[in-house]
Design a protein around this ligand. Sequence first.
Ligand code: LLP
Length: 438
Amino acid sequence: MYLTGTMKVNKDGHLEIGGKDCVDLVKEFGTPLWVIDEEGFRQNCRGLKEAFAARGDSRVLYASKTLLNPAIIKIVEAEGLGLDVVSGGELYTARHYGFPMERVFFHGNNKSRQELEMALEFATGNIVVDNFFELSLLEEICANGDIKRKPGIFLRITPGVEAHTHEFMMTGQIDSKFGFTLPDGQAMEGVKAALQCSHLQLAGLHCHIGSQIFSLDSFEHTSRLLMDFIAAIKKETGYEIKELDMGGGWGIFYYEGDKPASYENWADSIWTAVHEKARALNLNTPRVTVEPGRAIAGPAGITLYTVGSRKEVKGIRKYIAVDGGMTDNPRPALYGSKYTALLANKADRPGTEKVSVAGKCCESGDMLIWDAELPAPEAGDILAVFATGAYNYTMSSNYNRLLKPAMVLVKDGIGDLILRRETFQDLLRNELLPDRLK
Ligand code: LLP
């Protein structure tokens, strides 16, 4: 299950990805190393796009918070997906590398005036308005600025749905910092306020119930709620919403027990509900947009580490330590996330020893994997951790002044460096020493 895309164990018993032997990748680029399987990433883009397009007028956006860099931007563009950005930084990066701005959706619960102005200047496709403050701010900027066309806005609706996932990744529940709450009438007020804005064009509704979700019922239920809301809006205001953005959140395989549904099942859970409700409520079928991130980037990435020190606490636990940790993958420390790993240079050998994999940060919580079964790992072995393509690089840090790893994009036996390994000089780049301290 964890060998996805082009990953396989080759004739030398080594892990191979994108036609590159991981042992060779490490010789060439060192560790820790993020490796992205271009073909795997593209397959995920295509699979999702096709599954949704087969069921109705759909758009798939890639959520750039999962993994963003110039190579990914070019691949997403070529695969015909749109882009979900959530900050001035992501927006700027997308535009800098020439991503078509009409395919960009700009999210965020506290966009600044400067960020909104930038979005307008770039003619960003749609702005997903999160709250009343932002609605008035955007209307005011458009009223006072030299804006050629009315920007299309989506309103982020918080449906009051508790999707089963980690508390920090739930976003659809009533008590959430995001969006206009549906059950208490705030969402309807938001829609009416948006319709009053003479400089904005209400294009659609958006919602995102959370991340790493396996229950398709949650998506189906939310789609029904949103369709009911579209009907209620039509009844109260006469205005019919024609676009529905159902967010992302589709869960992937990290560890035994994780059972992701197929692209088709995921698309069905949303589209069946939308079609049925459109018929029952006598509505036009809206165009459906989804914005997965993890499902595209997650399985396509692995991290390679070199095994170093070892410690045994007699009768309790064996630890091995690697040359990275919570700085390149904060997810185990932050969410208790579990990962699957193997030794890339002994990938054909069965796991014979139970060891726990520690990172190198000065913090006991810096554990990457508890109780992994590995073939007697020794110093110098290469540990490959799977499904690290999403939310690893983008959430990485320089804690303990560790250097961020390099990233390589592999395809057809070629490995291209797409992110340089940080240097000690990089750590000093933005630092200033006042004269009086010299
Ligand atoms: N759309 C919106 C509005 C979102 O907030 C997110 C993720 C997505 C789409 C993409 O969700 P995905 O398909 O990747 O689940 N740092 C956490 C995940 C936080 C997700 C934030 N929003 C993690 O490492 O698991």
